[in-house]
Design a protein around this ligand. Structure first.
Ligand SMILES: C[S@@+](CC[C@H](N)C(=O)[O-])C[C@H]1O[C@@H](n2cnc3c(N)ncnc32)[C@H](O)[C@@H]1O
Length: 212
């Protein structure tokens, strides 16, 4: 591996390798590790999915910390550098997982119950610094209201039996609750003044379960 093309960072007590144009995980995202996944998964094991995975930090960390809960892991991103970083980190942490090149809005074709982690780009236009390099823009910028990619993420999950744990701005929650009708908003967990994790369940599968 060429030294100048990667760096090693420590996050959540583990080391991760980042290739040059890969988003560096934030301390605020450590909130994903504090979620009680036992209560979200229920009594069965299920699949773990990391959408907008970057270097794979969320999926790998949550998977390694909850070996009793998750049967398999899938990572998705649209950036080649992110996917190379994810592959390197999966090998480094000895985790067997599938990685897909995927663009938000494309359907996620996975069957069975799953927990989906997602830290998408959600910075709105008015806060975006235009002098940032393109790859940073692609990692954090979410359009006019910051929700352009988030909306596509919900579309991608419309056929999946999923519970989604999404990082977003607190201010964006009311818009999402009004707009996203095919998911039940379960709760939000504040991270700091600006951001939170919001938890959503696909109503299509909830209904199927209730009528069973
Ligand atoms: C904020 S970073 C999060 C990375 C990682 N999950 C983390 O928490 O460190 C957002 C990621 O979304 C990816 N991304 C941006 N736009 C995307 C799109 N339209 N479709 C798929 N992935 C996208 C970027 O490549 C980047 O890796």
């Amino acid at each position: 591996m060429n030294e100048s093309h990667h760096k090693i960072i420590s996050w959540g007590g583990r080391e991760f390798i980042l290739f040059k144009k890969t988003f560096s995980p934030k301390e605020s995202s450590l909130a994903f590790l504090k979620i009680d996944f036992n209560s979200l998964v229920g009594i069965f094991k299920c699949t773990l999915v990391d959408l907008c995975c970057g270097c794979g930090v969320l999926g790998i960390s949550v998977f390694k910390r909850n070996p009793q809960l998750f049967t398999n892991l899938f990572l998705f991103d649209n950036s080649d550098d992110a996917l190379v970083s994810s592959r390197t980190n999966l090998d480094f942490h000895n985790v067997d997982a599938k990685i897909y090149k995927w663009s938000a809005g494309e359907l996620v074709n996975l069957k069975g119950p799953m927990i989906v982690l997602c830290n998408p780009p959600f910075v709105p236009l008015k806060e975006f610094k235009t002098d940032e390099p393109n790859w940073i823009k692609d990692s954090i910028y979410g359009g006019e209201d910051g929700l352009k990619i988030v909306r596509k993420v919900f579309m991608s999950l419309e056929n999946t039996d999923c519970t989604l744990v999404l990082k977003n701005r607190k201010k964006q929650l009311s818009v999402l609750k009004n707009e996203i009708l095919n998911f039940n908003f379960l709760k939000s967990i504040p991270i700091n003044d600006e951001t939170c994790l919001s938890i959503w369940m696909n109503t299509r599968f909830e209904k199927a379960f209730e009528s069973f």
